[in-house]
Design a protein around this ligand. Sequence first.
Ligand code: BEZ
Length: 390
Amino acid sequence: MARLLVCALSAAFALAAFPAGAAEKVKIGFISTLSGPNGVTGKEMLDGFKLGITDAHGKFGGRDVDLVTGDDQGKPDVGVEVARKLLDKDKVELVTGVVLSNILLAVSNVVLPKHVILISLNAGASDLAGRECSPYFFNVSFQNDSVPEAMGANLQEKGLKHVYLLAPNYAAGRDMLNGFKRTYKGSIVGEVYTQMNQLDFAAELSAIQAAKPEAVFIFYPGSMGINFIRQYAEWGLKAQIPLYATTFTMDQTLLPAMGNDAIGIMNSGFWSESLDNPENRVFVERFEAEFKRIPSAFAATAYDGARLIDAAMRATGGRIDSADAFRKALEAAKFASVRGHFRFNTNHFPIQDYYLFQVEKGPSGELVDTMRERIFSNRPDSYVSECKMK
Ligand code: BEZ
């Protein structure tokens, strides 16, 4: 009898010490574009996230991490299938990743109604920052409009009068050009939306040549960015019309393929390998040691995402089975961001600094995106007032 009582008490003690769901591995679903023209970007994000897990000793909040990955192939319908599989078959407790905004919007319709936490490590679609914000959605990177808002403000300050804009025709492309137009008050002499994944820009370059703008501003991530930058130089336009970009075109996943065609191009962003703060210096060194290349912003935000989840899970004793308790832990989580300043706004998007960067040759001949000046400090996104968090 006494033995039975001891057994029962030990079982009760074990349950109290490791509440249900906290003792096992934590299954994290990671959706990313791992193939196609944005495959390099998705792979980079996955590497950054994995490094974050490694640096947390393989554990989030004390629980071993079981990372289940899925390739959305750059297609929203595939992203939806991947999300359903992660939730229904793999039974993940949280979903993260996501490079492209059109995929984020599709995936959010599957994940959020189930009250499962979704954390975007890149895509920052405006709908999710404003009208469609959700208590269960967090963005750890940026809101799409914010990065070009910084460039628009900078060109406005420089007094440029006529600018020509180009972006791919999808959710993020439209956000990016809207962001630029919000802060730039001069004349927009062209606003062109090209097909997603278009790689030949001859028609657009010919139109730019004819329009003779004072400057061109682009948002082209992935292979689109490499081709645009190369063709802009091949056509002789680089020497005639200054080209400005977002950091997503001039980042370390693309710079080696652009070579000298990238040198001198100014771009706006929230992070580069040149940001001088202690966490960033350690992160860049760790990433280079692990992957033998310089990290990009996609890896940096994914690394921050891993540290955010770990910090929040530590606060809940490893539990994420109550989405409402866990979202409060995410809102309050303190982690040392590689960006320096970072905190969540009420819509769960970052309040952070934005900078002007410029591509130049580094000390060993490699291309680096060097910080020139801070454009915005502690900047909230432009949709937060539309978010009625319910
Ligand atoms: C997006 O689709 O949201 C996105 C993709 C690449 C860079 C930045 C944003």
